[in-house]
Design a protein around this ligand. Structure first.
Ligand code: ADP
Ligand code: RBF
Ligand code: MG
Length: 151
């Protein structure tokens, strides 16, 4: 199931579906299609936890949803990352690096928006816990997140 983990991804933060995830208290930074298309073909869709870095900032905990969002029946697969950090504003156009560390669950359909929000809250709590494990923590300081000088 998790033979591809840890998986490192990088790309620009683009506009998503604008469904107001932010209003739900859970903004998600979306990747462009080219990043989605670069994923291993048989990576399981679902909810992952891991680490995220905006440009050359600090490396924060994150949860990422990879898939078609059955609740919204998207036609195109998406990769969206909620970073567990309070930012002072939007960062569209910035570079986002993420490391997928572990898998939480498959994507589900929900009968109400409240149930979806409740599930996301639980994902965040599970991610918080799992990322405290020493094995997960070593990835926070992986060289992938180092600020390498431009050549
Ligand atoms: P969109 O549909 O354009 O993705 P969202 O409501 O999902 O809109 O909001 C995502 C945007 O919010 C991100 O692209 C980013 O600029 C901003 N943002 C602010 N704080 C966060 C955060 N903690 N995690 C993810 N994105 C954040
Ligand atoms: N969408 C779904 O349809 N089913 C899910 O199980 C699901 N899980 C999610 C888990 C997390 C941690 C996040 C950040 C998003 C998830 N979404 C899911 C995507 C959600 O529909 C999307 O972020 C919406 O734009 C929220 O309004
Ligand atoms: Mg989004």
């Amino acid at each position: 199931m998790s033979k591809f983990l840890p998986l490192f991804l990088e790309g620009e933060v683009v506009k998503g579906f604008g469904r107001g995830s932010k209003d739900l208290g859970c903004p998600t930074a979306n990747y462009p299609l080219e990043v989605v298309q670069s994923l291993p073909k048989d990576l399981d869709p679902g909810v992952y936890y891991g680490w995220a870095q905006v440009d050359t900032g600090s490396v924060h905990k994150m949860v990422a949803n990879i898939g078609w969002c059955p609740f919204y029946q998207n036609k195109q697969m998406s990769v969206e990352t909620h970073i567990m950090h309070k930012f002072s504003g939007d960062f569209y156009g910035s570079n986002l690096k993420i490391c997928l560390v572990g898998y939480l669950r498959g994507e589900k359909n929900f009968s109400s928006l409240d149930d979806l929000i409740e599930a996301i809250k639980q994902d965040i709590a599970n991610a918080e816990q799992n990322l405290e494990q020493p094995q997960a923590k070593t990835l926070q300081t992986n060289n992938f997140f180092a600020n390498k000088p431009a050549i």
